[in-house]
Design a protein around this ligand. Structure first.
Ligand SMILES: C[S@@+](CC[C@H](N)C(=O)[O-])C[C@H]1O[C@@H](n2cnc3c(N)ncnc32)[C@H](O)[C@@H]1O
Length: 260
């Protein structure tokens, strides 16, 4: 687990887009200013950092020490985030929390047992909030959905990188988070989608690529410089303007126990 994103944390922190102010505002309003929130699979603090400005305290938990170090480095002076090394199997050992948020991390976990354990740990009004790319029920995962992705895919294949890692394969085949929650004690669901547009340049796209677990610097090893060179060249050959537009739709899915 430690090596899942080996060497990717600085690229993750710098190049992965956050969720946007509107999504974080909505999340904060839903959870309440006085709440203590567990951010499970926090990465470098994509949610924990902006959320900490709007809630009482954030417990930011991740199994990757590099991710935690990156988060700490970004907000050295912030005192209401506790960065904790751990994962979804140690929930009982954590200090108390009232709500849980998971940003693009739930799919790495044994989702059923996590929800069962949270049912024991969360107070009656406690919420489980998932944040991530919006995807319709039954819609397949589309690895080529963004304009640069066919090129990226080709280069990854050339370097023997398997884009269908465990997590990505999950997106294609496994049960949708909505269904999983609907069949859990947290079956009362509220979904909001926030849309934005981003513009990327070639440095951004190369950095973004190095933030993924399947093409992390650790996975590339000695091939890293050649990979960067080849990807950069292929992207610019495909689109000499050097600018790529991305439409981003982020879903904030809040699950509570019915009647609460
Ligand atoms: C795609 S990153 C998401 C980071 C951040 N939450 C965000 O929204 O950008 C997934 C994170 O989940 C963490 N993770 C993987 N397995 C986990 C588990 N079983 N329990 C908790 N976190 C886990 C990884 O270390 C990684 O930092």
């Amino acid at each position: 687990m430690e090596d899942l994103f080996g060497g990717a944390a600085p690229y993750y922190a710098k190049f992965r887009p956050g969720y946007g102010q509107a999504a974080i505002e909505h999340l904060a309003e839903t959870l309440g200013a006085d709440s203590r929130v567990l951010d499970l699979g926090c990465g470098p603090g994509t949610i924990a950092i902006p959320l900490s400005r709007r809630v009482k305290a954030v417990l930011a938990v991740d199994p990757a020490r590099e991710m935690l170090a990156e988060g700490r480095r970004l907000v050295e002076d912030v005192t209401n985030i506790a960065w904790v090394h751990g994962d979804s199997t140690v929930l009982r050992g954590l200090p108390p929390f009232e709500h849980v948020v998971m940003g693009r991390s739930f799919h790495w976990m044994d989702r059923r047992s996590v929800l069962m354990e949270l049912d024991e740990l969360l107070p009656p009004r406690g919420a489980v909030a998932l944040i991530g790319p919006a995807r319709q029920q039954g819609e397949p995962w589309q690895p080529d959905a963004q304009p640069w992705q066919p090129v990226e895919r080709q280069v990854c294949e050339e370097f023997g990188l398997d884009i269908h890692t465990a997590a990505n394969a999950f997106h294609a085949t496994d049960e949708h988070h909505h269904d999983m929650l609907a069949a859990s004690p947290f079956s009362s669901l509220e979904s909001r989608v926030f849309s934005r547009r981003l513009t990327w340049n070639v440095d951004g796209l190369v950095g973004l690529q190095l933030s993924y677990s399947y093409s992390s610097p650790a996975r590339l090893g000695d091939h890293l410089p050649a990979f960067v060179k080849t990807l950069r060249r292929a992207l610019l050959a495909d689109n000499p303007t050097g600018q790529w537009e991305q439409k981003l739709a982020t879903e904030v899915l809040v699950a509570r126990r019915p009647g609460r």
